[in-house]
Design a protein around this ligand. Structure first.
Ligand code: NAP
Length: 451
């Protein structure tokens, strides 16, 4: 059984039976069958269905938000923002896919040369719980617009969201089996990867899951896209507008109760302003109203599962054992972990070296800008980052030196369907969103023609 449990009160919300091996095989062959005709559907037809999906998401915002909040503890307001973002994503790819995948003429010695994009087939998505709708649609919408069909293995703690997503595709009018949710645990993933009909795998999740899935796919010579963890640096130069930087630091670190891959995790702050920055951050952290995430007044709430909060607590305690100092928070009660600030964080501590996937800010001070960049890049991860300064030219120069997939200057780091998204180093490879995302699961075919 796969259980949906409210992390706020531990109550069982729903239970789902896992697929039998026979049921799983049937779903994979249904996907293969659906691909045969979906690959030949017109972009115009796909667009109509995708715009309908966009509309349904918008109309069902509250209902969908409620389930995400109950199932994984996201603030109700944040769930609503996630749904709106999904709706925009569907509209974006509905309107742009045809142009992104149009034949491209190339000048060569041949009479005619062009690049032609073709769908690959059945694509498996292995997805996390932290943005339970967005992460799934971010892989599936471009893949489906390109003519592929998708299977979803969602995180085991969000089965209700997983079921709802398939229902949304059906309601929008997509043919059966173009998108299917598989109610399975991670032990069945190997079997799906090795199935001859499955041509590609997109995984968003931890380094451990990414490495395991990519190894299995590698054995089968199948394409993967990996969107893994991060420990994004938030670099604050001495001339930054401090109140503005602090406001964004709070949103970035505590949004989604601290459980975002692109949350700022290491705050690398000029020694000239580090005390003022820390005091102001502490004041904000202490002022936040905690409570039930379904209540609209709640500003911070539970993590998605108690075991995740326990793991975070261990990382914080180990960092303290190694010399970090705690200046607020640090207490855990079941799945709730107080917003926490650690100072005097250094390489060699979990708060610096690992991903802290919860509401804990690690503050590190620097003397020179070279040192700031060295600290920022002293990480196994390379997902995102940000730079805060009144000197925009210097901000851009530093941004270019940060080793990561996205870096923002004086603005909150967030994903945007118009911009490519993904990481380097152990944050993964491949890109989602934008033109780049839709070209991941396609065959890029060269055609040269002479008469
Ligand atoms: P996770 O434990 O790695 O799980 C992600 C998905 O992988 C789940 O569906 C999980 O299934 C499955 N899985 C886990 N181990 C597996 C294995 N050995 N073989 C096959 N499948 C496996 O990660 P999470 O706790 O859900 O998500 C948090 C992580 O995701 C963080 O590191 C975060 O930074 C990262 N993340 C990255 C991005 C990005 O875009 N770069 C976005 C969001 C989150 P079960 O639930 O059944 O175990």
């Amino acid at each position: 059984m796969i259980s949906s449990i409210n992390p706020f009160d531990g109550k069982l919300l729903a239970e789902f039976s896992a697929l039998t091996p026979e049921e799983l095989n049937k779903k994979i062959s249904d996907a293969g069958e659906a691909f045969r005709s979906w690959r030949n559907s017109s972009f115009q037809n796909r667009k109509i269905l995708m715009l309908k999906l966009s509309e349904i998401l918008h109309d069902k915002k509250d209902e969908l938000s409620r389930i995400a909040t109950l199932e994984m503890g996201k603030l109700f307001i944040e769930s609503g923002l996630e749904i709106e973002k999904c709706s925009r994503l569907c509209k974006y790819y509905g309107e742009n896919a045809e142009q992104f995948l149009a034949d491209e003429t190339i000048e060569t010695e041949a009479e005619k040369s062009f690049i032609h994009y073709e769908p690959m087939g059945v694509i498996l998505g292995v997805m996390p719980w932290n943005f339970p709708y967005w992460q799934v649609l971010r892989f599936a919408v471009p893949a489906i617009m390109a003519g592929n069909v998708c299977l979803l293995k969602h995180a085991s703690n969000v089965p209700q969201c997983a079921v709802l997503i398939e229902e949304l595709f059906t309601e929008a009018g997509f043919p059966p089996a173009v998108f299917q949710t598989l109610m399975i645990d991670s032990s069945s993933v190997e079997k799906i990867i090795s199935h001859h009909l499955v041509k590609g795998i997109s995984l968003t999740g931890s380094e451990h899951a990414g490495s395991s899935v990519a190894s299995l796919a590698g054995k089968q010579i199948k394409k993967t896209v990996l969107e893994l963890g991060g420990s994004d640096p938030f670099i604050v130069l001495h001339d930054a507008e401090i109140n503005f930087a602090v406001k964004n630091a709070v949103s970035s670190r505590l949004g989604n109760n601290g459980q975002s891959c692109i949350a700022a995790k290491r705050f690398i702050v000029s020694e000239k302003i580090v005390d003022e920055f820390t005091d102001k951050l502490k004041e904000k952290f202490l002022s936040l109203q905690s409570g039930n995430p379904i209540n609209k007044k709640t500003q911070v709430s539970v993590m998605a599962r108690e075991d995740l909060a326990v793991e975070l607590e261990m990382q914080v305690n180990k960092s303290i054992d190694k010399g970090a100092q705690i200046i607020c928070g640090g207490r855990r009660e079941a799945a709730f972990f107080q917003p926490t600030i650690l100072v005097k964080v250094k390489p060699g501590m979990p708060a610096f070296d690992e991903e802290l996937f919860g509401p804990v800010a690690a503050i590190i001070s620097f003397t020179t800008e070279e040192e700031a960049i060295r600290l920022a890049n002293n990480s196994q991860f390379g997902l995102g980052g940000s730079v805060w300064t009144k000197d925009v030219a210097r901000g851009i120069s530093l941004a270019k030196q940060v080793e990561c997939g996205s870096v923002y200057v004086n603005t909150l780091m967030k994903s945007d369907q118009r911009m490519p998204f993904g990481g380097i180093k152990k944050s993964g490879y491949g890109r989602e969103l934008s033109l780049h995302g839709i070209r991941e699961f396609v065959n890029v075919k060269s055609v040269m023609v002479n008469s």
